[in-house]
Structures are given as C-alpha cells and as structure tokens.
Write a protein that binds this ligand. Sequence first.
Ligand SMILES: *Cc1c(COP(=O)(O)O)cnc(C)c1O
Length: 362
Amino acid sequence: MNNKIYFTPGPSELYPTVPQHMQTALQQKIGSISHRSKQFQEIYAHAVSGLRQLLQLPDNYEVLFLASATEVWERAIQNNVEHESFHLVNGSFSERFYETAQELGRAAQKYEAPFGQGFDVNDIEVPETAELVALIQNETSSGASLPVSEINKFREKASPDALIYVDAVSSLPYPAFDFGKVDSVYVSVQKCFGLPAGLGVWLLNERCVAKAEALLGKGLSIGSYHSLPSLLSKAKVNQTVETPNVLDIYLLGQVVEDMNRKGAETIRQEADEKAAAIYAFLERSKTFSPAVESPEHRSRTTIVANTTVPASEINKWLAEFNMAVGSGYGKHKEGQIRIANFPAHSPEQVNKLVQKLEELFG
Ligand SMILES: *Cc1c(COP(=O)(O)O)cnc(C)c1O
C-alpha cells in the first residue's frame, strides 16, 4: 500500500473520487467494450458535455481526444500552419512546442523571457505573418504564468487570421478563459484533472477547422488519422478514429461531473486560498523562496520555490511523512522544488505539507 500524497506537478495526486470510479469501470468492464458501441458513445458524450459545462465552452468549439498535449503540438502545426508560427517561450514546455514547429519544417519564431519570468505583453510584437500564436498560460517547468487578461490582448496584436493557441496543461480548469479571444486551448489529464496519464484534450473553434481545410485544399499534407477533418468526422458521432483510452475518457467524464457538482468557482477559490498559504510560507521561510519574482506572474497551480536544501534531500524527509513534491526541472533539479496545487489536493493536505516543510526546514 502506498499512502503517499503526490504534490508532484504531473503525474500528480489523483482526484479523490478516482478510485471509486475505477472500481465501477472494472465492474462494468469498460476496458473490454467496443469503441464503436453505443455504450462508448455515451461515455464519450458524457465527458464532452461535462467539459463544456465546467469550462463554459461556447458552441463554436469542438472537443477532441488525443494521446497527450505533446501530440496536440504536432497536430496543431500540421493542421494550422503552412509557413510560420510564433511562440512565447519561457521554459521547457513552451520551448518544446517551438522546436516541434521547427522539426516539422516550419519557420518558427520565438519571443523569449528568461526562465522563471513571466511576459510583459505590452512589449511583445507579433509578426504580421504568424499563422499561429503559441501562448503558455502556465509554464510548468518554471512556475511562471500568463494571466487571462494578458492572453486576451493577443487577439489585437496578431493578424486577424492568426490562430491563438493556449497551453493550459497544468492549470485548466483554474483559468476562466474568454474563449472568444482565443482559438484553441489544450490539456493533458494527468495534471490539474487528477487522472492517470494517457489522454490529451484539444479544444478548438471553427477557425482552426477552416484553416486545416484550406491547407488540405492547397494539396498540402495535414497528417493522416489525426488530421482535423479525420478527428472531426468521428467526433461528430461521439467516437474516435482509433481505439482510444476508453478508461481515461470514462474517468474524465466522471471526475468532471464531480468537479461540476463542486463548481468551477469553488475550485478556483480553493486554489487561490491554498496557493496563498503556500506562497506565504515561502516568503517567511529561511530555506525556500518563491522562484518567480513578480507576484502577478506566479502560478497558482504549479508553485516553484528556490531551495537551499537539495530537492532530493527534501523528498527523502517528506517520504517519512508520506508526501512528495516535484524536484526542479532540468538544471534546477536540486536547486528548486515544484509544488502542485491541483483540485485533487485538499486544503487539509496542503496545510499539512506546509506545516511539515516549516517544521523540518524552517
Ligand atoms: C506536461 C506538460 C505538457 C506535455 O504533456 P504530455 O502529457 O507529457 O504530453 C505540455 N505543456 C505543459 C505546460 C505541461 O506541463
């Protein structure tokens, strides 16, 4: 039996109702049903309608299931960029999307902020020729985030035809997006949704679909089974092209239903309160300090701290008390810790973590 609470930024602690839903899924033999059955179509439709409600998604948006957010990067470039994309980069995940565009032979440009810093959006000029503008709401590697009010400024900055993409992998459902101001938002479920990994969710509007069709019309390749037209032809009938992760789609529908019962507003308010408790501790600690200097760019959902005690040492101590935090990312592995503050983490668990860190390290 593993009783550890995972404050790692993904995979992370599972949403508390997952074990009971997993049990039901086994009893109903969800792992054995056909992905062409009516039962699967109902599971699919339940997940989609729950997400629409939780995120207040307008009707001009589609909900598509892919393997992961990493896959969304590749499909986004293939389907929505003929020549050029533009990326805001301030850490490893935003950098990776930029590299994906290059690897697919596109002329990718980037506006870079140092690791651990947010963006001063007023300083950013979006090239007229950028067809896709890649924003990152929450850079999980560094703990820097881009407020929704800043994201909303890009519609005016970009050319009217440009598609605005937002990586919200480690924050949704926390940010309340204005879906009229962006064109696509995507996540993987093993972060804020508190589910086992193996499912990406791609939200996109009709402008993204039109662009894919235009590229196809020009005789360009937009991929095969996961091209947008192919994905949409099956999504229309609550199915997927390939045999999908049926179990995860089922669990997503159930967890989102639980989240809707709790209410998005309550989830956001709780996240704010837990984040405030963690940051207040980091400010008064003699071992830790917030890694992101400017308070308005500090993530509420993946909180990164500089530490004078190596991260591996911290986790060795925390393990005694059945808790784990994330180590720093890349070259910050030992010099930083990352604390996930997801809907799965109860205020009591967060308080216990803060208490223990304070007791052990001051
Ligand atoms: C984890 C993460 C990804 C990649 O997710 P996968 O599920 O590994 O594909 C992309 N962007 C951000 C911000 C992430 O935190």
